[in-house]
Design a protein around this ligand. Structure first.
Ligand SMILES: NC(=O)C1=CN([C@@H]2O[C@H](COP(=O)(O)OP(=O)(O)OC[C@H]3O[C@@H](n4cnc5c(N)ncnc54)[C@H](OP(=O)(O)O)[C@@H]3O)[C@@H](O)[C@H]2O)C=CC1
Ligand SMILES: CC(=O)C(=O)O
Ligand SMILES: [Mg+2]
Length: 426
């Protein structure tokens, strides 16, 4: 990043007030009567109602539209284990995206936990305050047990965004990229660099979407994950192929797809040259991708290239998923975000990229045209149609799969975040 950009980023976070989020009041507070309703004595009435029936917390408090973004700072973007406090700008950032794109209120929580069990216990004790839990930037393999235990303990959706948000967006983008390359997911040979939270979930969802296990070669720091290794955890073992490939070069030779969910600058031009014609490269590590788009395009003119960043074409980033997925889940009060809801989100996102792009998106990106192509495989995060389309697909899948506790919302499809409370007239 240039020095100018670094300063701009620090100033953005520091000025004119520190941080990116604040709290707003949603009820009148001008008069003595207002205060008597908002606090003592009026507040006692909803307290009594909720004590009698906990579900009325959704009626009398902000719980139903409130997600907690929670991290231990053990895998902050691709920057590594920098601790809970250092993860706060990212967690505030996720809260900003929840509000900006889907009208979801959220609060961030950075937990200094001495063990996964301590983390689980802490989250379980506060979970009832929220309508959903978005786990973020928690490293593998601990993240898998943490998420499993919390899903079991909590009565609200618990969703590890680096796993499932990333997987949904990656699958949608890859289906589109492969179709532009004239290839099919079923036949594609996929190399996944990284075997952590994002990588394991992405490959699992690709398999659910049609990729073949024997065509997937996953690598960690020690090389290809294969059946001869005795140092694999249970999650990596799921992707242990019976193969004689050992190095990244072995895996990349003739590969159709490279998915990077690892760290910066790990894909070299010589390695990109080894891939099959029309290679798809998703260099998703943040903030610095496994290969820069500039270098990739200089190396090959037939590459279909994406990164996790906002400042290049084709952003494969969970920002295209988590705000809208939670919107749909919250609006039908889903008890979980299940596989059916994830697959529905994949197809909604994939299909939206093939629709004509609204004028306001062109203006935001200062472009005259934008259409489904090698440089546009996924909608832009500012596309207002994402809210209506993804939330509707997720809500419908929740209803159809039996995890919704409310019917499909009468006020759907949403056109903007101003509509998220539906008809609020008394
Ligand atoms: N674009 C997006 O939307 C998203 C991008 N990401 C990116 O994915 C990356 C991983 O995040 P996450 O899964 O949460 O983190 P984890 O800590 O769970 O996993 C990191 C994985 O990367 C592997 N890795 C790190 N360095 C290397 C290397 N030099 N060679 C091979 N493998 C390596 C690790 O290998 P080992 O197992 O051997 O330690 C590990 O498997 C980050 O860069 C993050 O920014 C994550 C989520 C969303
Ligand atoms: C985008 C994101 O969640 C990550 O890089 O961790
Ligand atoms: Mg993350």
């Amino acid at each position: 990043m240039s020095d100018q950009m670094k300063k701009a980023a620090l100033d953005y976070h520091a000025l004119p007030i520190p941080g990116k989020m604040s709290t707003e009041i949603s009820k009148p507070t001008q008069t003595a009567k207002d205060l008597a309703l908002a606090y003592s004595p009026g507040v006692a009435e909803p307290v009594r109602e909720i004590a009698k029936d906990p579900d009325t917390a959704y009626k009398y408090t902000g719980k139903g539209n409130l997600v907690c973004v929670i991290s231990d700072g053990s895998a902050i973007l691709g920057l590594g284990n920098l601790g809970p406090q250092a993860s706060k700008p990212v967690m505030e950032g996720k809260s900003l995206l929840f509000k900006r794109f889907a009208g979801v209120n959220s609060t961030d929580l950075e937990i200094d936990a001495e063990s996964p069990q301590a983390f689980i216990d802490t989250v379980a004790r506060i979970a009832d305050s929220f309508g959903g839990i978005n786990l973020e930037d928690i490293k593998a393999p601990e993240c898998f047990e943490i998420e499993r235990a919390l899903i079991e303990k909590c009565n609200i959706p618990v969703f590890h965004d680096d796993q499932h948000g990333t997987a949904i967006v990656t699958a949608a983008g890859l289906l589109n990229a492969l179709s532009l390359a004239g290839k099919k997911l079923e036949d594609a040979r996929v190399v996944c660099l990284g075997a952590g939270a994002a990588a394991i979930a992405c490959m699992k969802l690709l398999v659910a979407c049609g990729a073949r296990m024997e065509n997937i070669f996953m690598l960690d720091r020690k090389g290809v994950i294969h059946s001869g290794r005795d140092d694999l955890n249970q999650y990596k073992t799921m992707f242990a192929n019976d193969t004689d490939k050992r190095t990244m070069n072995d895996a990349l030779d003739g590969a159709d797809v490279f998915i990077g969910l690892s760290g910066p600058d790990l894909l070299k031009p010589e390695q990109l040259k080894m891939m099959a014609p029309n290679p798809v490269v998703f260099a998703c590590s943040n903030p610095d991708p496994e290969i820069s788009p500039k270098l990739a395009h200089e190396t090959r003119d037939d590459v279909i290239m994406a990164t996790g960043r906002s400042d290049y074409p084709n952003q494969v980033n969970n920002v295209l998923g988590f705000p809208f997925i939670f919107r749909g889940a919250l609006d039908v009060r889903a008890s979980a975000i299940n596989e059916e809801m994830k697959v529905a989100a994949v197809h909604a996102l994939k299909d939206l990229a093939r629709e004509p792009v609204p004028q306001e998106v062109l203006e935001a990106y200062e472009l005259n045209t934008m259409e489904f192509s090698r440089e546009y495989i996924l909608p832009k995060p500012t596309d207002p149609r994402l809210l209506g389309t993804l939330a509707a697909a997720v809500a419908q899948a929740a209803v159809d799969s039996g995890v919704a506790r409310l019917p499909y919302p009468a006020h759907y499809p949403l056109k903007s975040v101003d509509e998220v409370y539906g008809n609020t007239e008394a």
